[in-house]
Design a protein. Sequence first.
Length: 524
Amino acid sequence: MKNNFSEIACGMRPIDGKIVVLRSVLVGIYVILLIMIYKESYSFMLRWWNSDDYNYCYTIPPMVAYLVWEQRAALRAQPSGTSWWGVVPLALGAMFCLVGELGGEYYTLYFSSWLMVSGLLLLHLGWPRLRTIAFPLLFSIAMFPFPNAINNPLSLKLKLVSSAAGVKILQLLGFAAFREGNVIDLGFTQLQVVDACSGLRYLLPLLIIGLLLAYFSRAPFWKKAILVASAVPLTVAINSLRIASVGLVYQFFGQDMATGMFHDFSGWLIFIFSLGILLGEMWVLKMRAGGVRVPPVSATPSAPQWSAAHSGLRMGLVALLMLTGLLSVLRLVNFREQVPLAKPLAVFPMSVGAWHGSRSAMDQETSDTLRLSDYLLADYGNDHGETVSLYVAYNASQRKGESSHSPATCLPGSGWIFNDSGSAMLPVGPHGEECRVQRSLMQKGSERLLMYYWFPQRGRILTDMVQLKLYVFWDALILHRTDGALVRLLTPVGLAEHPGTAEQRLDGFARQIAPTLASFLPAR
């Protein structure tokens, strides 16, 4: 009996060594496959990280690594385990990956990668250990930049609220300040609240700091919720003070001081001040009274068992088959055909009825960013002095970074405010049928524009970006086509002109070009 025990004891080391080697090889293969699947998406994400709004994302991976390391004792205390439930997030991750690839949406791909990693962790760690690192895992989502459909409207709302509050502060101090959209009129000059002053680049880091402070505290949940939620009004309030201070400095020290050194310094100052307020709020809520959360410590780490390891290797084989299958589908199956226009837009007529136009070209940087297959940018005018700008952007195959973009998400980044949005009915269908198009009245300072836009997509006229992405995904699977276009009409609206007059102008122009435009777009 004694010999049997000694044989088993001696035999544990090589078995454990094999387990460690096999697990290391498995993890290495996982990493290689995930890099091959998401390399392009994460390269694009790193470009976002270099922007001022999202450069804080560089700090998220080290924070996540520390949060996991801080739980090392609690992880050792949990028994080794596996869970076949990990296949569920893996399958969902594969589905989101296909939707993101075929629909051309990067954020869907980022979330897909997070689901993949979560599924692999659940497969090989089991529920108890995954619960131990649940917060770091959820916290890692903060490194993904918002899609434009969320980023631009959020930035716009913050700009409007902050500028309105900044004007109120200036008025309380006795200054004659008025606001029109995101433009502040001080009488002697006008200040435009641009994206850099929206407060977005302060809001997101403060939310992250609030989450970390709440996580490391031992306060009741409602106190933690108050701390995190307070980052939103705090950002707006402090940013409003910054905007008001720029107006004050502008009046006494001039433009160079207000928009130069002081502007940059005030940005750092309000962030430090906001952080101080969060810490003060933490003290007021007596969150420190309960102490700091201490992870449980186990003096006896759980030893890996061969049965659990064997089950984990079977699960690993299933995960490898799923990842390899997804990679093969993405690399080997062609879901898209390059569908050219019926005629190149270079021959689009410059005389349409009473309208006569001239072409113009977009700058090289914009052209490189949009990566369009073909486009038309022309300004038309008539004998009454009325003007309409026509823009048609076409993608023969919509992919990540090469898909139709909504003007509603792009133009606000240039300072345009959408004061009135709705819809209109125009005969722009493939066969001249009446279809709903998007209508927006925009303003930038004293300049007003009326815009109509719609998306001709493989025989459909769409106006909603979510609907557009879903149809791109569906048509890629069914029709092997993802071609599509954006059509945008713009006309200036004079200060004394009623928007209804501009609507009649755009309506008439759209009705005249619709048959010609339909002859250029490919049929379904």
